[in-house]
Write a protein that binds this ligand. Structure first.
Ligand code: PLP
Length: 455
């Protein structure tokens, strides 16, 4: 057993937590999560919670999978690490690359490994710049991203990120990135239908290309559904139309599937299956290894690879990558994770249970603070507002997202507060019965929040 007082003190004294509000942390310290099994996690005091966020959108196959632990242990004792630079390789990295090529849309057959989502996006931009340099188009450097996008926090990934508060007090690489509008049906201009809104967003892309010049733009990057930005739903047909405009201008289309990949929307990759796009590049992380080990991967088209793999001449190398690119233990975890997703039919399961989760969550709509309940399958959010008709937000000081999450946690459920939103992104193994239990807890939690806001 852990000594909870000792751990709390050490944590407070020494551990700088990422994305932490120090006004809350300094007051409350941390919640130490120490144990896990299936859809549950347990804190150091022995309280058990339903995990409503899959760790952090990542523990897709659920917690405590001994066979993943075993695969990692076997690999760690056989050969924990060796470089993959130059001509060196290892068996799990090679097997996983082939497996990803098999699962991905048919034109994506080449894999570049990184350590997670941020480094996958960062490496991607270097590869894209390298690609255009090799094509003799060195001015194609700008990346189009979107407001409220989340692509990570390494320097380039943070610059691609469009959530304003993420970059308060930080510098960004503004000469390389242009942010377009977010695609957000809930907060679209009132006078527009969804179809007109889509036209409007596509027009904005075309205007940006005209203004900046296609010769200066390398790529457009987009999450199929914006995650951390608030599970923002684009209008029907948006991604396919954006891709068509990009393609017409030789602008690469990068799908950041760090959240949407590996079953969360009911498919290994959502781009083609759900959004009818054929990205030049797809980035994955999180569910790729279900969070059992850090890993990111960039899937690259045959067309791009043909250029990337062209010899530079004597002494020239593709100089990018990480010590842990293709880490054998992470790749062994990912291979076992994929085996489980396939063996247990978890994509099919999500396609079956996802609509039920959406339907049941929408029964909460009458609660006073709830303005919108949205998302798809196992990627859902609830947006809290002060006024349902005007969609006006509650004051930041009300901390409504935190309040709802705290009420849920009191009742045995962990969901994620993001500003005025609450995000639900469960392990893919939730059943109908768990959905019912979760929705009952949320019902009570929203009722308690409404009361506490009035107190
Ligand atoms: N891209 C998306 C869409 C994400 O949601 C995240 C993390 O939440 C990242 C990239 C960054 O991934 P990581 O935190 O593994 O660097």
């Amino acid at each position: 057993a852990y000594d909870s007082q000792d751990l709390w003190q050490k944590d407070k004294d020494h551990f700088i937590h990422p994305f932490t509000d120090f006004s809350l942390f300094n007051e409350k310290g941390c919640d130490l999560i120490t144990d896990s099994e299936g859809i549950y996690v347990e804190d150091v005091r022995g309280n058990r919670f339903i995990d409503g966020i899959a760790g952090l959108w990542c523990v897709n196959v659920g917690h405590g999978r001994a066979e993943i632990g075993q695969a990692m242990a076997d690999q760690a004792t056989r050969m924990a690490y060796f470089s993959t630079f130059n001509n060196l390789s290892n068996a799990p990295a090679t097997e996983l690359a082939a497996k990803l090529a098999e699962l991905a849309p048919s034109h994506l057959n080449h894999v570049f490994y990184s350590c997670g989502g941020s480094t996958a996006n960062d490496a991607t931009i270097r590869l894209v710049h390298y690609y255009f340099n090799r094509l003799g188009k060195p001015t194609k450097k700008q990346i189009l991203s979107r407001n409220n996008a989340y692509h990570g926090t390494t320097y380039m990934a943070a610059s691609l990120t469009g959530i304003e508060s993420n970059n308060w007090e930080f510098d960004t690489l503004d000469h390389l990135v242009t942010h377009l509008s977010e695609a957000n049906c809930y907060r679209r201009p009132e006078e527009m239908t969804e179809a007109e809104y889509c036209d409007h967003l596509v027009d904005e892309l075309e205007s940006a290309i005209e203004r900046i010049g296609a010769d200066n733009i390398a790529a457009f990057i987009a999450e199929p559904i914006m995650g951390a930005g608030g599970v923002l739903m684009a209008p029907q047909g948006y991604h396919a139309r954006m891709q068509a405009v990009c393609r017409a201008n030789h602008i690469l289309y990068i799908a950041d599937e760090v959240v949407t990949g590996f079953g969360r929307l009911g498919h290994f990759f959502a781009s083609e299956a759900v959004f009818d796009t054929q990205p030049d590049i797809i980035n994955v992380a999180k569910g790729l290894s279900s969070g059992y080990a850090p890993l990111g991967a960039t899937l690259i088209s045959d067309e791009l690879y043909a250029v990337l793999s062209t010899p530079q001449g004597p002494g020239g190398v593709l100089s990018t990558g990480f010590t842990y690119s293709g880490h054998p233990v992470s790749c062994a975890a990912a291979l076992k994770n994929i085996e489980i997703i396939e063996r247990e039919g978890l994509c099919e399961h999500v396609r079956d249970i996802g609509p039920y989760l959406e339907r049941k969550l929408k029964t909460l709509a009458a609660h006073e603070t709830i303005g919108d309940i949205r998302g798809s399958h196992f990627m859902m959010a609830i947006e809290n507002v002060a006024d349902k008709a005007t969609k006006e937000l509650l004051p930041v000081e009300a901390r409504v997202g935190d309040r709802v999450a705290a009420e849920a946690q009191k009742r045995g459920l962990i969901i994620r507060p993001v500003g005025h939103l609450n995000i639900i992104s469960p392990p893919l193994i939730w059943t109908r019965q768990i959905v019912d239990e979760v929705v009952a807890i949320l019902d009570e939690s929203f009722a308690a929040t409404t009361l506490s806001l009035k107190a």
